[in-house]
Design a protein around this ligand. Structure first.
Ligand code: C2E
Ligand code: CA
Ligand code: CA
Length: 567
């Protein structure tokens, strides 16, 4: 009779049963009972050779083994089954089994034993054990997955930083013993986040998989690729000299740039910055080597990206860390004691109907009275969460300064805001409150956010723009053109001003490509009612050309240097 609990089951569960039994009669009896419940397929074996063959030929859902076989005892059978499959339930069947024997069977891994004169126990025992085995397998799979995740990147399946560090430790040890030299690359994709931000994470993931596939195809079997997080990879080049590694790194760099990724009708070509360090029989630990390669990669980025930098020429990590610590304490001191200084630079109108504007630029006074430029200290401020406090100081002091100057209402004052600050709600609310409570400020302020940063943090930037615009402020996209897919973004970002990056302006007379890019930006801006500003104008002939191209404003040393102001 069916188990009343399971009466609702309309299909019988398929079960692959292995019967270790010499008696055909007993086997028939077992099958008859089980067929009432299960959709059974089975095999009967009675000696060790046949059992081994059956176990290696396929997986089994359950094993029923007679205790007294002429050619095989049930404990040996049990051992063989367990070797082949740790989870499959084994039920010992016996005409008589003493309690002691039964206990031993269970201790050796049998799930249950059933006496032949109590065969009615067989079906419920099998049912229960199938369920238990399922649980055990699920549990083991979950454990396996967790173990895998602890050492692998979930997207690419590559070893993660933990596992890579272990591998590198072993390699360092063996290199100390046998003197072999290897190399370590640290590869970071430049502006990868653009794909994520513009096309979504699925497209970003797909791109990372393409890069992984490419790296796998170009490296040797002994080399190890690791995904270190985000868009960075570490690669151990096994038994390769530093010059071989540098050559290979350059090939990888060139090939990655050739990977074309198309989404949302836009073409992305991402470049890579790569740091290279030798792995030799020296005293460096795996962490120090990874960090040195990371610093070399960071230097490649600083030098303008899409480059390979070999570590020996770069500062080491502890040095960089110390430098940044010095900057953070100077920044904290400047914030606490109101030491920062603002400079203003004129932005001149190229057509007489417009009024000149000004950009505020931050300076940090040095020990000898010199003014330190933001490039020196802003990276440390970004990294150590001080940037929102700095931007807050700037907004506060610009508003103070505005009350002391007397210029036409149409003369806009530009303030740079780091997109990192926009992640800080307190900062945003401070800006809305401070600007909102000042009667003159909102109409005279224009917040500048670099194009790259705006794309990276599009949601926060949109909220900030909408809020400040509703107060009457303006918004400018800074360093325009230095990122990618900029033109498409003009549709989404309601910019009032487009500040064309210095890299185009400085080459406008020498490079037809740069000239036509500037002309295209000007045309599109005009159609979209946006005002153009050319940055970094240093020469009169460039200034004249910009005017003939109908660019609206020019800014640069030709017009005037940034001058410190008193707030
Ligand atoms: P930016 O916003 O693109 O500012 C223009 C930079 O170009 C300024 O550098 C300016 O001094 C420089 N510059 C002006 N005219 C010329 C020229 O004719 N030729 C060349 N080669 N450069 C010119 P600065 O002041 O060193 O600022 C560098 C960057 O630091 C700024 O780039 C901006 O991104 C950031 N920054 C400056 N002030 C602040 C601030 O108050 N807050 C934030 N978050 N960032 C700021
Ligand atoms: Ca700016
Ligand atoms: Ca700029």
């Amino acid at each position: 009779m069916n188990d009343p609990v399971n009466n609702y089951e309309t299909t019988r569960r398929p079960v692959r049963l292995l019967v270790v039994e010499d008696s055909e009669e007993d086997t028939e009896l077992i099958l008859r009972m089980l067929r009432k419940e299960f959709d059974l397929s089975y095999k009967r074996v009675e000696d060790e050779r046949a059992l081994r063959a059956a176990l290696s030929s396929q997986n089994w859902d359950a094993v029923i083994s007679d205790h007294n076989l002429p050619h095989l005892d049930s404990f040996t059978a049990l051992g063989l089954v367990r070797q082949a499959d740790f989870d499959v339930p084994v039920i010992i069947l016996s005409s008589s089994i003493g309690e002691e024997l039964a206990v031993t069977a269970m201790q050796q891994g049998a799930q249950d034993y059933v006496l032949k004169n109590k065969m009615s126990r067989l079906v419920p025992a099998i049912k229960r054990e199938l369920k238990e085995a399922e649980n055990r397998r699920a549990h083991r799979a979950a454990e396996e997955a967790i173990r895998h995740l602890a050492f692998h990147d979930p997207l690419t399946g590559l070893p993660n930083r933990n596992k890579f560090t272990n591998i590198l430790d072993d390699i360092i040890d063996s290199s100390r013993e046998d003197g072999t030299t290897h190399a370590l690359l640290y590869l970071d994709l430049d502006q990868f986040r653009l794909i994520n931000d513009v096309c979504g994470h699925t497209a970003g993931d797909q791109y990372l998989l393409t890069v992984t596939e490419y790296l796998n195809s170009v490296l040797d079997a002994e080399d190890v690729i690791s995904k270190m997080g985000g868009d960075a990879f570490a690669i151990l080049l096994y038994k390769k000299t530093l010059s071989e590694a540098e050559k290979l790194a350059n090939e990888i760099r060139a090939s990655i740039k050739d990977i074309v990724h198309v989404c949302h009708n836009q073409v992305f070509r991402i470049s890579a910055s790569i740091g290279v360090v030798p792995v030799q029989c020296d005293k460096a630990s795996s962490a120090e080597l990874i960090s040195a390669a990371d610093v070399a990669c960071y230097t490649a980025k600083d030098n303008g990206r899409d480059q390979v930098v070999v570590a020996s020429a770069t500062k080491n990590e502890p040095q960089r860390h110390r430098d940044e610590m010095v900057w953070t304490s100077r920044i904290r001191d400047a914030l606490a004691n109101d030491k920062f200084v603002l400079a203003v630079q004129r932005i001149v109108a190229l057509d007489s109907t417009r009024t000149d504007c000004w950009e505020y630029l931050l300076r940090l006074p040095g020990d000898n009275g010199e003014l330190i430029l933001p490039a020196q200290f802003l990276p440390a401020a970004e990294r150590y969460n001080l940037i929102a406090q700095i931007d807050r100081w700037v907004v506060d002091n610009v508003i103070k300064h505005l009350s002391t100057v007397d210029d036409p209402r149409t003369s806009i004052r530009f303030i740079n805001i780091s997109s990192t600050s926009l992640m800080d709600d307190e900062f945003c609310n401070f800006v809305y409150d401070t600007v909102g409570s000042s009667s003159a400020a909102p109409y005279r302020l224009c917040f500048e956010i670099t194009e790259n940063a705006a794309i990276r943090r599009i949601e926060q930037v949109m909220t900030f723009i909408n809020e400040t615009k509703s107060l009457g402020c303006k918004f400018a996209l800074d360093d325009f053109g230095s990122g990618m897919c900029s033109l498409a973004y003009l549709r989404t970002l309601p910019a009032d001003f487009i500040k064309i990056d210095i890299s185009f302006i400085s080459r406008i007379l020498d490079s037809p490509v740069d000239h036509s890019i500037v002309a295209a930006i000007q045309r599109i801006s005009q159609l979209a009612n946006m005002i153009t500003v050319a940055e970094g104008v240093e020469r009169q002939d460039i200034f004249d050309r910009l005017r003939s191209m109908n660019i609206d404003y020019a800014q640069g040393y030709l017009i005037g240097n940034p001058d410190p102001v008193r707030c």
